[in-house]
Design a protein around this ligand. Structure first.
Ligand code: PHE
Length: 371
């Protein structure tokens, strides 16, 4: 047996016996590394005469090849063994009982917000957000309510002791309208957004809770007028209640940040629920006996002053805005009679009124959950 064959045999035994990847790497360096013994043999070829090289080269090349092949084969083997071992430890024991079906459901407020986001996405509105702990300036001043403005009093604001960066005190936002200003300042015009979120007012009875939910809508573009607002609200309310048969009442109103301002009510009828309680259900003209109107939203054309405060030119950009009470929409669509129960966290209420997380609202399947 030639020297080379002996070396090959010895290398192959040592490679087969290598215990792990680092031992294998040490062998590779020893034979094939820059200073390796086989690399050394290859270097001697350069100094040989052409005839001698022709005679010796094949054996040296064959040696190099056989060691390289043995190293690769052993490495593959080790990696396969490692994978086997991992698969063996990561098995799932299918004989174990299935985990209990998860409890919990989607809260009607989240459900309605998802439904609204779906409807407005289809109309080209993106979702924007802003902080719940807000600066007086965004919540009031930039919305055309300077410090002495009487409309501030209507908001029953929760204030913090801390001074706000832009003047006044920090507060819990009383509406989602500050997101109008923040988004205009951050993104400029044109703009089409909705801004869902929590808002806070010091107020509490069957239809008012200190924390509740609104969705703000804002469209800023050229040549926007009241007709766009009316169409948008009608289109969205019909999609939301999944009926053409709703009666809306638009009332002239006043908000410092819109001019003109419009409040929108929807007609409801009173029905005797299965539990014997009276509930409001959608339908009816509101003016018939036993019917009524429920105020759903405030809206209007964005006041020029607000567009200016947000750094845009009101001669170039106009828009409309609206603010919707999400909790009220939920009550009317899904038949709850007391707003306070929304926030009690009573699991019986939640399992009765909640929605399956698998029932995502989509326009094609109908935004209303089948509950
Ligand atoms: N922010 C108003 C409120 O909370 C609602 C509103 C929003 C009115 C946008 C007009 C335009 O009462």
């Amino acid at each position: 047996m030639s020297d080379h064959q002996l070396t090959a045999q010895e290398a192959s035994t040592r490679i087969a016996e290598a215990a792990d990847l680092s031992a294998l790497e040490a062998l590779r360096v020893e034979y094939l590394g820059k200073q390796g013994s086989i690399s050394g043999l290859l270097k001697t070829l350069g100094k040989m005469s052409p005839e001698e090289r022709q005679e010796k080269a094949p054996a040296i090349q064959a040696l190099r090849q056989s060691v390289a092949d043995a190293l690769t084969a052993r490495k593959d083997e080790m990696e396969a063994a490692e994978l086997e071992a991992r698969l063996a430890t990561e098995t799932i024991d299918l004989t174990l009982p299935a985990p209990q079906a998860p409890k919990g459901s989607v809260h009607p407020v989240s459900q309605v917000m998802d439904e609204l986001a779906e409807i407005f996405a289809d109309l080209g509105f993106a979702v924007a957000t802003g902080p719940e702990i807000e600066d007086d300036w965004y919540n009031f001043t930039a919305l055309n309510m300077p410090e002495s403005h009487p409309a501030r009093a209507m908001h029953d604001t929760f204030y913090f002791p801390d001074a706000a960066p832009k003047g006044g005190k920090m507060l819990l936002r009383t509406h989602t309208s500050p997101v109008q200003v923040r988004t205009m300042m951050a993104e400029g015009a044109p703009l089409r957004i909705i801004a869902p979120g929590r808002v806070y007012r010091s107020d509490s009875d069957a239809t008012h809770t200190p924390m509740f939910h609104q969705i703000e809508g804002l469209v800023i573009d050229r040549d926007i007028h009241l007709g766009h607002l009316k169409w948008t609200l009608e289109t969205f309310l019909k999609a939301f209640f999944e009926t053409e048969d709703i009666v809306l009442r638009l009332r002239p109103s006043y908000f410092p940040f819109t001019e003109p301002s419009v409040e929108v009510d929807v007609g409801f009828a009173i029905e005797n629920g299965q539990d014997g309680k009276l509930r409001r259900i959608l339908g009816g003209s509101g003016d018939e006996p036993g019917h009524g109107w429920m105020e759903l939203l405030g809206s209007g054309m964005v006041n020029r002053r607000v567009i200016e405060f947000a750094g845009l030119d009101p001669d170039e950009w106009q828009g409309f805005a609206f603010g919707l009470g999400v909790d009220r929409l939920a009550m009317l669509k899904y038949g709850m009679d007391d707003l306070r129960a929304f926030f009690d966290g009573d699991s019986r209420w939640l399992s009765h009124y909640g929605f399956s997380p698998f029932d995502q609202p989509t326009l094609s399947a109908g935004v209303g959950a089948k509950a």
